[in-house]
Structure formats: structure tokens, C-alpha cells
Design a binder for this molecule. Structure first.
Ligand SMILES: Nc1ncnc2c1ncn2[C@@H]1O[C@H](COP(=O)(O)OP(=O)(O)OP(=O)(O)O)[C@@H](O)[C@H]1O
Ligand SMILES: [Mg+2]
Length: 507
């Protein structure tokens, strides 16, 4: 008799329905799994047999068992098929009631003792099952909070194969799980800009960056607070919308990074990978391609400290996601696309020793400096709207009691600017000034006669590139939004020009 137990496979963040079809019949005793299982799925045979026996079932070893994972064209990987396979066989052997298999999806990894372990990627699976019209999802107890984020489908958490079978047979009722845990994450727990003394220009640049979600590069000598300030940037970004939280949580779910019970990631990601990071860890990769740092930073910040120390390959890999806002990874198993809508924050010294242009301590040759800066290619630099210098601060400012502007006050300004942009771009494909394309710049960053003349003079005297010209207009648009000004004025353009330190300070 053939039984079909539904479960869910994943391709990147996209779920698809898989049916574990079990045929348990008389014949030569055997146990076969077909339907493009990879080695990790084939291993489930051993786990399923032991788990069934440990749970008090006689495994039908004397029968012919064929287990087909349909659709057969897609490769199945990972241990999440254990539970559906076990249920298919037990039901095929007449041990389970069957009515439940119509509208219920199942997933879970089995231990030899019959307990059910968490699986990665539960959130996109549940979203898929809900969209497909399943009314119930039976899944590992440890995944319950993550799964319960999605309404409109009953979440049935189970701890063991025995518990799951008792539930199916009506001996052990399990009410649908509701997540009552409140999420305690809030911006108040983040480090605050109030601790930063002086550096008003850099703080202003960061305010503009956050207001328009512009990429930003901080450069300056050692110990001037670049890292300190970059780490404070998350504290001035507005909270994510619920949809954004779900997007981020899905990525972390697939990456297997949701271990605790709070489940929903409500704080904007801030990723700070070390400069020795590999290409695969940055972009995503592995046998079953997992999201890399660019995707783990989705809707948040990717902070690359000591920017020129990253390998050139890793930096070049960033060009595509910075343009397309998603990253495509090609592997033998197929091509996957993960979202990567990030704000890039980078910090660097002006030269290898760190003091060029700031102190006569610098002993770097011009060649060495050029080589150091050339590690960051022109096209990559072009994708960074704002470049600002964090110069040394004098003793008086550092030792003064005066407090700088707090993160809360900065965040309120950012929020207002975001609201203005949401209103302006409500019928277009953009959400922030930094995301405007050439046509968008033309439409939304119009200049008056005075402003045009001013821009022309700057363009010629600084010999700007066409791309730099657009960046300056976008940054000026954000400066105007922070001002609550509908028009871009000369002062906004001047401020945007002052935030292109690399265009001005050529070695
Ligand atoms: N403007 C500042 N206000 C208050 N403290 C500061 C400031 N600048 C630096 N500091 C102190 O100096 C420490 C080092 O700063 P930070 O690590 O941010 O420097 P950096 O500019 O990143 O240097 P490097 O170029 O070496 O990476 C900070 O942890 C902080 O204690
Ligand atoms: Mg630093």
C-alpha cells in the first residue's frame, strides 16, 4: 500500500513540496530510497530504522520497502526528510492512521533513540507550506518559535517519533503552538553615539549615510574612533518592518543560525567579518550553498574594518550584490540567489603605517601608498557614496565633559528622512535615495539654475566621473531630506561634495 507524506525541500530561500512516497509490500526484503537523494538522505535509512525500533515499533524488515522522494528531478539533501520517511514506512506498514497526511507537512531529523532534532531553514519551509494551502506543519520542538512566526498554519511541535505517532493516532493531542515570548531586542541596548567625543563631521556623515542608506567609507589615522563610530551606526537606524524581520529571519533560518527561543530577528543585522574571510564565507557557498556574510547583512550593515586588508577577490565579489541587491551563487548542485540589500560601511587608514597626511611619523613611500589604496578598485569605490575622513581629535575635546549628540536624537532625524523617502518613492521601485538609478536621479534630484551652475564648476574643477556626479546628487538629496527641504540647494550639494574625500585627496 502506498502512502504519501508531504514535506518541504529548499532551493535557497524558495521552498518546494516533496512527497515521501512509501511502498511497503510483500517481496524480497529490502529498503531502498530513490528520487535523487544525496548521501546525507541515504544515511537516513539507518537513523529511521533505529529510531523506529527505539520508539517501540517493529520495523518491517521482512518486507520490501521502496521510498520515493518526488519530484525526482530535484536533488534532496540534508536530514530533514528523516521524519517523513519514517512516517511513510510506518503508515505503509499499517501502524498509523492516514487521514492526516492529506493536508499536513512534516519535517525533522531523527536521532537513533527516536528523538527529533531541529532542522535548518524552517521559516521558508513553513511559509511555503502555508502558501500551498497546508493547514498543519508537524516539526521539531526546538524549531517551534521560529515556525510560529508565520500565522495562518497550525504549528505542531513534536519531541520524538513516538510522540509524533501518538499524535497522528489520536492518543496524544498537541494544541497548535503559539509563540507568546516577547522580543526584548531594542535599540536602547546598543552602544550610543553619545560616547563619541568630537568627530562632528564624521557623525554628520554617518547621519546622512543612515538617512539615505548610503554606503560609507571612513578613513583616518589609528585610534580616531572609526571602528567605535561604525559600531554605533546600528543605533541610529530605524527598526525593521515586520516583513523585513521575516526576510532576515528566513536567511538566518537557512544558515542554521537561529538557536535560541526568541526566533524573530528584529534587530537590523550588523556583520563584522574579519579581513581574512574567504570568498565562500563572504558570498555564500558550500555543498548546499548557504548564505554568506553579504546575505546575513541583508537589511542591515556589513562592516568591513581595515578595508584594504581584505583579499582583492573578496572585495571584488561585493560589486555585484552592491549593484543588484542580491547575490547569485553557482555551485555544482545548482544556482541560488539570496537577498543582499546591504549598507556597506568600511574603514581604513590612509596608508600602511596609518599616518599619511596626518603626521610626519609616516614613512611610507608614495608607491607603497598607491599600492595600498589600489587594493580597493575604482568600480568598488564608485559604489560608495560617502567617503569621510576621521582626523585626530585634540586633547581638549577628548577630555571635555561635553556630551555629543545622542543616538536617539540622531535616530529621530533618520526616521523623518526615511518617511520622506517612503512617501516620495511609494510608486517606484526604490526605497532610499542611495538606490536611485540614473533615471531616478534625473527625476528626483532636479536642480535649479544656481545649483546647476555650482555643480558644473565643481564637476570641472574636481574632474568628477559621471558616476561620482550621480552619487553627489543622491547624497545631496538625502541632505535636503534631513533638512526637510523639497529642493536641493547649493548648501546640500556643497555638503555632498565634502563627503567625497577620495575624489579630492589623490596621492
Ligand atoms: N572620538 C572619540 N571619542 C571617544 N573615545 C575615542 C574617540 N576616538 C577614539 N576613542 C577611544 O579610542 C579607542 C580606539 O578607537 P577605534 O578603535 O575606534 O580607532 P580606529 O580609528 O578604528 O583605529 P584604527 O585605525 O587603528 O583601527 C576607542 O575604543 C575609544 O576608547
Ligand atoms: Mg579600527
Amino acid at each position: 500500500m502506498i502512502v504519501s507524506v508531504k514535506c518541504c525541500g529548499l532551493e535557497g530561500l524558495r521552498g518546494y513540496t516533496v512527497a515521501a512516497e512509501a511502498d511497503v509490500s510483500k517481496g524480497f526484503p529490502s529498503f531502498e530510497i530513490v528520487g535523487l537523494p544525496d548521501s546525507s538522505v541515504k544515511e537516513s535509512k539507518a537513523r529511521v530504522r533505529s529510531a523506529a525500533q527505539s520508539s517501540g515499533f517493529n520495523f518491517p524488515d521482512a518486507r520490501r520497502i521502496v521510498l520515493n522522494l518526488a519530484p525526482t528531478g530535484l536533488k534532496k539533501a540534508g536530514p530533514s526528510y528523516d521524519l517523513p520517511i519514517a512516517l511513510g514506512i510506518l503508515a505503509g506498514d499499517g501502524k498509523l492512521r492516514r487521514y492526516i497526511f492529506e493536508n499536513t507537512a512534516f519535517t525533522g531529523e531523527l536521532s537513533l533513540d527516536g528523538s527529533i532534532k531541529r532542522v535548518d531553514g524552517i521559516l521558508p519551509m513553513v511559509i511555503h507550506a502555508k502558501n500551498e494551502g497546508f493547514s498543519r506543519f508537524v516539526l521539531p520542538y526546538e524549531n517551534r518559535n521560529e515556525a510560529a512566526l508565520i500565522g495562518g498554519i497550525d504549528i505542531i511541535p513534536v519531541r520524538s517519533l513516538k510522540e509524533c505517532c501518538d499524535y497522528i493516532n489520536g492518543r496524544y493531542p498537541i494544541p497548535p503552538y503559539v509563540n507568546t515570548a516577547q522580543n526584548a531586542e531594542s535599540a536602547d541596548m546598543l552602544p550610543d553615539f553619545i560616547d563619541v567625543k568630537g568627530q562632528e563631521e564624521v557623525k554628520r556623515a554617518m547621519l546622512i549615510a543612515a538617512a539615505g542608506m548610503h554606503n560609507i567609507l571612513l578613513s583616518g589615522p589609528p585610534g580616531t574612533g572609526k571602528t567605535m563610530m561604525a559600531k554605533r551606526l546600528p543605533s541610529i537606524l530605524p527598526p525593521m518592518t515586520f516583513e523585513e524581520c521575516i526576510e532576515v529571519t528566513e536567511i538566518y533560518s537557512v544558515a542554521g543560525l537561529i538557536k535560541d527561543s526568541s526566533a524573530l530577528i528584529s534587530r537590523r543585522p550588523f556583520r563584522n567579518p574579519h579581513h581574512t574571510i574567504s570568498n565562500a564565507a563572504m558570498a555564500g557557498g558550500g555543498r548546499i550553498p548557504r548564505p554568506g556574510e553579504v546575505s546575513l547583512s541583508h537589511n542591515g550593515i556589513l562592516f568591513l574594518d581595515e578595508f584594504p586588508e581584505f583579499s582583492r577577490d573578496v572585495l571584488e565579489e561585493l560589486r555585484q550584490p552592491l549593484e543588484d541587491r542580491e547575490i547569485t551563487i553557482s555551485r555544482v548542485n545548482g544556482t541560488m540567489t539570496y537577498p543582499a540589500n546591504i549598507m556597506l560601511v568600511a574603514s581604513m587608514n590612509p596608508c600602511p603605517c596609518g599616518y599619511f597626511g596626518y603626521s610626519d611619523k609616516c614613512s611610507c613611500s608614495q608607491n607603497k601608498i598607491i599600492k595600498y589604496r589600489n587594493k580597493i578598485s575604482g568600480p568598488l569605490l564608485d559604489r560608495i557614496d560617502i567617503q569621510v575622513e576621521a582626523a585626530g581629535i585634540d586633547y581638549n575635546k577628548l577630555s571635555a565633559d561635553a556630551k555629543g549628540e545622542s543616538s536617539q536624537s540622531m535616530r529621530e532625524k533618520v526616521l523623518k528622512a526615511h518617511e520622506i523617502q517612503a512617501q516620495r518613492y511609494k510608486n517606484s521601485a526604490f526605497s532610499y535615495n542611495s538606490r536611485l538609478d540614473a533615471a531616478g536621479v534625473e527625476k528626483f534630484c532636479r536642480l535649479g539654475q544656481n545649483e546647476k551652475r555650482f555643480m558644473e564648476r565643481a564637476f570641472n574643477s574636481l574632474s568628477l566621473s559621471a558616476r561620482a556626479y550621480h552619487k553627489i546628487l543622491k547624497t545631496a538629496r538625502t541632505a535636503a531630506d534631513l533638512d526637510g527641504s523639497e529642493n536641493i540647494n547649493v548648501s546640500h550639494i556643497a555638503e555632498a561634495l565634502s563627503l567625497r574625500s577620495f575624489d579630492r585627496n589623490k596621492v
